[in-house]
Write a protein that binds this ligand. Structure first.
Ligand SMILES: [Zn+2]
Length: 382
């Protein structure tokens, strides 16, 4: 960029950056001020990638342009501000852009801005496309056909749990048209046609337990509860699963055994856990190798990330799940009833040849879908 900057250049520059971000399906665009200039990063498939570093001379103008687009106060540089950006409706495979939210924050190097981009079809993946192994796919399909029981999903934030839940709900709708399905979420992340969706917000009087208890009188057949965070919600959810409802929810836990113990810690009786919980799934997301540039190491047969125009030089394109699933069998039920500890539960799983996250990940490495480094970045040494 030349030393002389004019307004049209800046307008075009910001437009181009946002359009590029949408074309490649970025979920966020970061404008990060540093000593050298303004670093532009795109979040692609969950990972931040530096796209370019703009010279310091345009730093303020670029942020000012964003603030104009977002309807913010351009003369206030000392306050965090938030707004929405209209326009730039470039289409993407994830569908058209439904919203773009701008957040600006003052730092010692100048103002930092992030534009978060929302796509119409993001997270509306079909169950078949999530990347489950054949075994887990058929087991989870079978559970979602049932008329009662509790299916729990675990994994840290950003591990695709709500995408899996949405795919399960859509699968149920397709296989059982007319089933009464109610979803309680905080917040509702995506609209699912055919599902009654209810938003729980942190500060409202309608909490998860209050809403859930009352909804059970609305004759639902399938219930989705965004997250089980407290003992009261856990207790109503388990009760629902025992009384003719299929209930699906998520819990914060690193392992399936951890989720089961967590329910017990929340005061759920062991016999309630063993008679209601159908399965616990623990999942993570790993990036998929870009099919256009991935390279096979002839000696090992393992594929490596390279980078090309198709994948913005990241070597990756899209994400896929790795998953482990625990269904309760006689031995596990007995151990839970005897209030076994984590180690005992884990030993039972290991002894019965349980396929854990690392083993599921190896399947994807062997198939050339992801790399050992990517898996290690997500689940640690394996
Ligand atoms: Zn590529």
């Amino acid at each position: 960029m030349s030393k002389k900057i004019n307004k049209t250049d800046i307008v075009a520059l910001v437009d181009d950056l946002l359009s590029d971000a949408i074309t490649c399906g970025a979920s966020d665009v970061h404008f990060e001020p540093t000593n050298e200039g303004l670093t532009i990063k795109f979040r692609l498939d969950g990972t931040l990638k530096t796209i370019e570093i703009l010279p310091s001379i345009v730093k303020d103008n670029v942020i000012a342009r964003l603030k104009v687009l977002g309807g913010l106060l351009t003369y206030r540089n000392d306050l965090p501000q938030e707004g929405r950006i209209k326009g730039h409706e470039t289409s993407h495979t994830q569908g058209k852009v439904t919203d773009k939210r701008l957040a600006v924050f003052p730092t010692i190097h100048g103002q930092r801005a992030v534009v978060r981009i929302f796509y119409e079809n993001a997270g509306l993946t079909e169950l078949k496309q999530l990347g489950f192994s054949d075994y887990i796919f058929s087991a989870v399909s079978e559970i979602s056909d049932q008329n009662q029981g509790v299916l729990l999903l675990t994994g840290p934030a950003g591990s695709g749990k709500s995408t899996t839940l949405a795919a399960l709900l859509r699968n149920i709708l397709r296989n059982h048209p007319g089933k009464s399905i109610i979803a309680l979420e905080d917040p509702v992340e995506r609209n699912i046609h055919g599902v009654t969706q209810i938003e729980i917000s942190a500060h409202s009087e309608m909490t998860f337990p209050i809403a859930l208890r009352s909804l059970l009188r609305q004759d639902p057949q399938v219930l989705m509860v965004g997250e089980i965070r407290d003992a009261e919600t856990a207790s109503i959810a388990i009760e629902a699963g025992l009384t003719g409802h299929l209930l699906m929810s998520t819990m914060h836990s690193g392992t399936p055994a951890g989720a089961i113990l967590r329910l017990l810690e929340m005061g759920i009786e062991p016999y309630q856990v063993t008679s209601s919980v159908s399965a616990v799934m623990n999942q993570r997301l790993v990036r998929k190798l870009c099919p256009k540039c991935k390279k096979e190491d002839k000696a090992s047969g393992i594929f490596e990330a390279v980078g090309c125009d198709n994948c913005f030089n990241t070597g990756f394109n899209g994400r896929v799940l790795i998953c482990e699933m625990v269904q309760l069998d006689g031995q596990l039920r007995k151990a839970i009833l005897e209030k076994a500890d984590m180690e005992t539960l884990q030993n039972i799983l290991n002894n019965r040849g349980h396929m854990n996250l690392a083993q599921d990940a190896r399947r994807l490495i062997t198939e050339g879908i992801t790399t050992p480094n990517e898996v290690q970045a997500v689940i640690g040494d394996f």
